[in-house]
Design a protein around this ligand. Structure first.
Ligand SMILES: O=P(O)(O)OC[C@H]1O[C@H](O)[C@H](O)[C@@H](O)[C@@H]1O
Length: 543
């Protein structure tokens, strides 16, 4: 379906024109109650969407568009386990990973709910054994460091969440995350670790990813070098998380030490699969279960809440509104929490790998703009760096502010000051400061234009009581379903990632030309050929 050819799309385009001259100042003047009214709750999350360039009519039209594209049916299809990942012909069931036990869900003839809870049970018992010291290293020492080796979806979720939930973690065990094939990543992560006390969790859905297998091989060498080459050591210092038992065995990890997940879990949606194992070891099964319950609460909200009160649906439609009708190309995520410093990176994969597509699921080119560029940093740091562009630049960047009522560390008035900054930024973006207001401050006339703050820059504010495992789960599920909503409007497959394949293949093909002892025959494009020659010179290799 070409969504732009629907009457609902045309109505939105017309409405957008009509709204063009009404700023957020005007909208608030017309409806002073909107600050309270245009808010929605899901579980512990409070979303203030009053500072968006929308009226009740806009929302009515966006909801009509959601109906038109069959969002309700798509949500139900996903939860039922239909193959909504059309290009890979797979179910999309990350929601099953956190559904409460005891509710069978049969997909393609298999009770996936039972499988999920069986693996969760094994993860809990393993995590407890490591945490209690019952699981020992090869020389009998306790495990003091857990090193997660994985990349993309096999890294970003647990890495982000470990950072976010450090306060809940066992400080006697350090968790490290190695992802990059840049050897410095492994070197820095392990330089102060004792092999006898280190456990590697090798995470890879496919168990074929070059970076992960290379780092895992390096880790095995590092371990064996540190433990006098005794091959038997691998068994108590390596576990794997994968869908590929054969490849895990081939690598030399006993499938007994493997935690399984399934092809119906996409890499970037796999954080609540066994990919969360290193996080579970760090924060313990109880806190991990609270996180899963947080995810599940927002899953249920997404599945059951009417669209007009549905947080991910509303936010997803707002994102479509700016991307397709206002020409916004990027989206800032600004957590006012240092603990959430990796959330933007996590969301980059979730959003951009999901919705960075230009072909619809029916094989036709899209006629809409799709996937925004997601980026961000914690506040207040960003204020002293890039917020200038948000306030006075020429591009429209819708932003999400994320903050908490109670701080994890309550030190004097620091948290109140942090939150005052967050509220002030959202207000300054929305309402700005006019030339008259600037002049009234006594600003010299020649400086007035420079100091005008145009305002009318939209943002969502998301407030939760406290950063806990549960609220983190809620927040991530909120974003997952926002991405889903956008993908359905755009009619794209948010669950494949064909665009990352070509570069991987080319890198594999190119590698011998970089490493060969003899000057290679280079038949790449002229730019790549010149770069390889220059690189070989830098490496002291013949050209
Ligand atoms: O978990 P793996 O199979 O090792 O994949 C790790 C990552 O690599 C790929 O390139 C994909 O683009 C990602 O979606 C995936 O998360």
């Amino acid at each position: 379906m070409d969504v732009t050819a629907t009457p609902e799309w045309a109505a939105l385009a017309e409405h957008h024109e009509a709204l063009r001259d009404r700023s957020l100042r005007d909208l608030f003047a017309e409806d002073p109650d909107r600050g309270r009214r245009l808010t929605t709750r899901a579980a512990d999350l409070y979303l203030d969407w009053s500072k968006h360039r929308v009226t009740d009519e806009t929302v009515r039209l966006l909801l009509a568009l959601a109906e038109r594209v069959g969002l309700r049916e798509r949500i139900d299809a996903m939860f039922r386990g239909e193959h909504v990942n059309a290009t890979e012909d797979r179910a999309v069931l990350h929601v099953a990973l956190r559904a409460p036990a005891g509710r069978p869900l049969v997909v393609d003839g298999q009770d996936v709910a039972a499988d999920v809870h069986a693996v969760l049970g094994r993860m809990r018992s393993f995590a407890e054994r490591v945490r209690s010291g019952e699981w020992r290293g090869h020389t009998g020492q306790r495990i003091r460091a857990v090193v997660n080796i994985g990349i993309g979806g096999s890294d970003l979720g647990p890495a982000m969440a470990y950072q976010a939930l450090r306060a809940y973690s066992d400080r006697g065990i350090t968790a490290r995350f190695v992802s990059n094939i840049d050897p410095t990543d492994f070197a820095e992560a392990t330089r102060d670790l004792d092999p006898a006390e280190t456990l590697f969790v090798v995470c890879s859905k496919t168990f074929t990813t070059l970076e992960t297998l290379t780092n895992a091989t390096q880790a095995r060498d590092w371990l064996l070098t540190g433990l006098d080459g005794d091959q038997a050591a691998v068994a108590c210092h390596f576990v794997a998380v994968s869908t590929n038992t054969e490849a895990v065995r081939d690598f030399g990890i006993d499938p007994e030490n493997m935690f399984e997940f399934w092809d119906w879990v996409g890499g970037r949606y796999s954080f609540t699969s066994a990919i969360g194992l290193s996080l579970m070891v760090a924060i313990g099964p109880e806190a991990y279960d609270e996180m899963l319950a947080g995810f599940s609460a927002v899953d249920e909200h997404f599945r059951t809440a009417p669209f007009e009160a549905n947080l991910p649906v509303l936010q997803g439609l707002l994102n479509v509104w700016y991307t397709d009708f206002s020409g916004a190309q990027s989206h800032a995520v600004l957590p006012y929490s240092q603990y959430l410093s990796r959330l933007p990176a996590y969301l980059q994969q979730l959003t951009m790998e999901s919705n960075g597509k230009s072909v619809r699921w029916d094989g036709q080119p899209v006629t809409t703009a799709t996937g925004e560029v997601w980026w961000g940093e914690p506040g207040t740091n960003g204020q002293h760096a890039f917020h200038q562009l948000l306030h006075q630049g020429t591009t429209l960047v819708p932003a999400d502010f994320i903050g908490f009522g109670e701080p994890v560390h309550d030190i004097g008035e620091m948290h109140d000051l942090l939150m005052a900054n967050m509220f002030a930024q959202a207000a300054a973006l929305a309402f700005g400061k006019t030339a008259e207001e600037v002049a009234a401050d006594g600003t010299p006339a020649e400086l007035v234009p420079h100091k005008v703050m145009p305002g009318n820059r939209p943002s969502s504010t998301i407030l939760a009581p406290r950063l806990t495992p549960g609220t983190l789960g809620q927040l991530v599920a909120f974003y997952e379903h926002t991405v889903f909503t956008q993908g359905v409007v755009w009619q794209i497959d948010s669950f494949d990632q064909w665009g990352v394949e070509l570069g991987k293949v080319m890198a594999r093909e190119l590698a011998p030309a970089l490493t060969s002892a003899e000057a290679p025959e280079l038949d790449q494009d002229p730019s790549t050929t010149a770069l390889v020659e220059e690189y070989r010179r830098l490496r002291g290799r013949p050209v």
